[in-house]
Design a protein around this ligand. Structure first.
Ligand SMILES: [Zn+2]
Ligand SMILES: [Zn+2]
Length: 457
């Protein structure tokens, strides 16, 4: 049975330890051994700890997740005779930074052999990395369906003031108590939904990159992600009401998306240019204190912005001569100066990255341009196949009560234009801004973007 068929029956089928030999040539497998998703799931924690080989647990939480679940987890461990100690961050809003990691390492009790992180994105990012540094096991108890990184093997961290994706550990198991998740703040649920909508763009860009750059692509994994998106989108009205079954479906979609990344060994299936709006806003927040909001909320807004850009791209016709002239006249020094000025320390890092990757080399451009021209009709039909209209996407976000425009999270369209410009430099990942650069139309299109809207709409 293929992974898509398995997933449509039951997500647990995807945890097979041997993995799945896929027609794409890879064996898709995950290190996650168990997903416990049901009302009252917290009660299973002592059993799951034992099956993970844990004899002494180190519990990690923040004040919110402590009252939402970790306090009860401690009682349950006590009752089951599982020795444990805990560290509860004092701050209401913990950030996943090197400082937070240092606090955990300092308070860790050396006899512990397993970390149990109780929380959503931040606690798990810190916990997974602490487990890696300390060489102990990890179990994740999710308190909100807020993003798709629970079961990934990386942690999204701010190290020395720069946002990075750091290799950490894959949790042995994920526990999601639906009684707890249904009580999570609405914003976190909206964020999880935004992180799901993002996949419309990421799958589309993965396919385009496969055509233009020859990047690895797996149709099975893409279909797995589409399945996750369809399941959650079909529940949008129930999600808006906080319906428990819908919350379960959203969480499973997020986990499927996380599994898709593990299976592919890259973030491509679940993150494209829409995520880069979020990354850039976060980098600017760190450097300049500009506004930011939850990852998934920003990705939801980024999805609408990306869809507006792809509607423009769909109407373009490649002009090789024009593209070659544009690239000939592209001044890398001036561009790098802008990146440094717009992103500060992170910008410096991106410039270094580019110097290694040479993504602006004339030869690379010529190669890509040939493939773009040869596949243009196919690129346009991929956009049409994968992406709902801007109005439909906005409608989903509005239904669930999530922000739709940058303005609603304190940013403006000027910030969005610049974030888009710089998005081609964030990682070596082919996306909408690089495609427009290859076509020689990036500056022109960016200038025209969102002009109908007031700067601070
Ligand atoms: Zn595959
Ligand atoms: Zn995400």
């Amino acid at each position: 049975m293929g992974i898509v068929e398995l997933a449509s029956q039951n997500i647990h089928g995807l945890l097979n330890a041997e993995g799945f030999a896929c027609p794409c040539g890879k064996i898709h497998r995950t290190e996650v051994r168990e997903l416990v998703i049901k009302p009252g799931a917290l009660q299973e924690i002592p059993r799951v700890v034992r099956s993970a080989g844990g004899s002494r647990v180190f519990l990690l939480a923040d004040p919110n997740t402590y009252s939402a679940a970790a306090r009860r987890v401690a009682v349950l461990l006590e009752a089951a005779g599982v020795p444990h100690s805990s560290f509860i961050f004092q701050e209401e809003h913990v950030q996943a930074t090197d400082g937070a990691l240092a606090q955990v390492l300092e308070h860790f009790t050396p006899e512990s052999d397993l970390i149990l992180g109780v929380g959503s994105g931040t606690i798990n990012d810190i916990g997974k990395l602490a487990a890696k540094v300390l060489g102990v096991g990890y179990i994740c108890a999710a308190t909100a369906p807020s993003m798709d990184g629970f079961i990934s093997s990386t942690s999204s961290m701010v190290m020395r003031g720069i946002k990075e994706s750091v290799p950490s550990v894959t949790p042995h198991a994920l526990i999601a108590d639906l009684d707890v998740l249904a009580q999570a703040p609405k914003r976190l649920l909206q964020a999880g939904f935004g992180d799901i909508l993002a996949k419309y763009v990421s799958i589309l860009e993965w396919r385009i990159s496969h055509l233009v750059t020859g990047e690895y692509y797996c149709p099975e994994i893409a279909e797995l992600v589409r399945l996750a998106v369809r399941s959650s989108v079909s529940q949008v009205e129930q999600l808006a009401k906080g319906d428990r079954e819908a919350v379960k479906i959203l969480l499973e979609s997020l986990l499927l998306s996380g599994l898709a990344m593990s299976f592919a060994g890259i973030t491509r299936p679940a993150s494209g240019v829409e995520h880069y709006f979020s990354h850039v806003w976060e980098m600017r927040h760190l450097e300049f204190g500009t506004p930011q909001d939850f990852h998934g909320l920003q990705c939801g807004i980024g999805t609408v912005l990306a869809a507006e850009i792809y509607e423009i791209i769909k109407g373009l016709t490649p002009d090789e001569e024009r593209a070659l002239n544009y690239v000939e006249g592209f001044d890398l020094e001036v561009w790098h100066a802008f990146v440094r000025c717009f992103l500060g320390k992170s910008g410096e890092r991106l410039v270094e990255l580019e110097e290694k990757e040479q993504k602006y080399s004339r030869e690379g451009h010529k190669r890509r341009l040939k493939r773009i021209t040869a596949h243009w009709d196919q690129i346009r039909s991929i956009i049409a196949q994968e992406l709902p209209t801007v109005d439909v996407l906005r409608g989903y976000l509005e239904t669930i009560g999530a922000p739709v425009s940058p303005r609603e999270i304190g940013l403006d369209y000027r910030q969005a234009r610049r974030a888009f410009l710089v998005s081609k430099d964030i990682r070596n990942k082919y996306n909408a801004s690089m495609l427009l650069w290859d076509l020689g139309l990036l500056d022109e299109v960016v200038k025209s973007l969102w002009r109908g809207k007031r700067e601070r709409e």
